[in-house]
Design a protein around this ligand. Structure first.
Ligand code: P6P
Length: 350
């Protein structure tokens, strides 16, 4: 190989190994965005900042008085609020309010939407929804937790306050969706509808760096993910499918933090299910800030996501801010496998 060719090859490999920060990636991707105003870029960067702040507290939660339950507080859903839930919620709201890039916010931790005061004469076109710390029951036992977010373009008149209708939009209307997983490392994964990319936080430079370019979910996986403890309360079709997984010698992996389970499925393949139970007949997980954003990411990576009665999650017309949904999500071949069981054994009209 000539010297010139060798130099080009080494430059190419060097450039393919060079650090690409989240900020740089977002700014470069902005040019792909029709009518890009820089607002969405700013929103994604603000969420990245909030994630770094939350990560700092999550990583030292055992050292400071931020573990445990927040003084008898409960969130809108009646779930006990952990101190770190409240902290993460406050930081995300603060970062988004300070940047003035969105006009309103909705959170699992707050009953109603939160208006964001306009900064100067700029009208903002986006609303942001999030679960600030998903899986927070894991915090005190040092198991991974995550932040999930969804961004929509507002529908209401931009000169007035945001309305609930700005939030009650189908998942297919999401402009961007993502999650942050505070695990063995901290990774931010997001999509704007042009594929899925993951950025791992390098604490030595305080930057999220591109680590998982153009993530694609495997067609099948060796794991299924469900709370097996509810087996006897599931409908027949779900129990038959779970028996099938066992017959196929799939491994059972269930972390109790949806972000962690979905991230594993994105990397290794598999299927996650939270069907109807007696306690949660409509499913436990929240449509707007858990199911929709994670479904957009999984579909963008080549996977599938539907309810236990075969409705595509992203096509559901939301009726209320904190509504729940059943969900079956993951590798396309495995979701199709479960679909066949539902069609065969479901007692409900599909
Ligand atoms: P269960 C965490 O509370 C969460 O919302 C998801 O992250 C998780 O997958 C699910 O609930 C766990 O619920 O009923 O199995 O404990």
């Amino acid at each position: 190989m000539s010297t010139t060719t060798k130099k080009k090859a080494s430059l190419a490999s060097a450039s393919s190994n060079r650090i690409v920060t989240l900020d740089e990636f977002i700014i470069r991707s902005e040019k792909d965005f029709e009518f890009a105003t820089g607002e969405l870029t700013g929103l994604l960067r603000d969420i990245g900042v909030a994630a770094k702040i939350i990560n700092r507290e999550v990583n030292k939660a055992g050292l400071v008085n931020i573990l445990g339950v927040a003084d008898g507080a409960e969130n809108e859903s009646g779930d006990t609020q952990q101190k770190l839930d409240v902290y993460a919620n406050e930081k995300l709201i603060e970062c988004l309010q300070n940047s003035g890039e969105c006009c309103a916010i909705a959170s699992e931790e707050d009953a109603d939407i939160i208006q964001v005061p306009q900064v100067g004469s700029k009208h903002n076109n986006y609303v942001v929804m999030f679960d600030p710390l998903d899986g927070s029951s894991n915090i005190d036992v040092n198991v991974s937790v995550g932040t999930i977010f969804a961004i929509y373009r507002r529908k209401s008149d931009i000169t007035g306050p945001a309305t609930i209708d700005d939030f009650l939009q189908k998942g297919v209307q999401q402009v961007a969706a993502g999650y942050v997983l505070y695990g063995t490392s901290t990774i931010l994964v997001y999509t704007t509808g042009r594929g899925v990319n993951g950025f791992t936080l390098d604490p030595s430079i305080g930057e999220f760096c591109l680590s998982h370019r153009n993530m694609r979910i495997p067609e099948k996986g060796a794991y299924y993910s469900v709370n097996q403890g509810y087996y006897s309360k599931f409908d027949l079709e779900m129990r038959r499918y779970i028996d099938h997984c066992s017959d196929q010698n799939y491994g059972l992996r269930y972390i109790g933090s949806m972000v962690s389970d979905i991230h594993r499925i994105l990397i290794h393949g598999g299927i996650f299910l939270y069907p109807s139970t007696r306690k949660y007949p409509k499913g436990k997980l929240r449509l707007l800030y858990e199911c929709n954003p994670l479904s957009m990411i999984v579909e963008q990576a080549g996977g599938k996501s539907m309810t236990g009665s075969l409705h595509r999650i992203l096509d559901i017309e939301p009726k209320e801010l904190h509504q729940r949904s059943t969900i079956v999500i993951g590798s396309p071949a495995m979701v199709d496998e479960l679909k066949a069981f539902i069609e065969r054994y479901s007692a409900l009209p599909l």
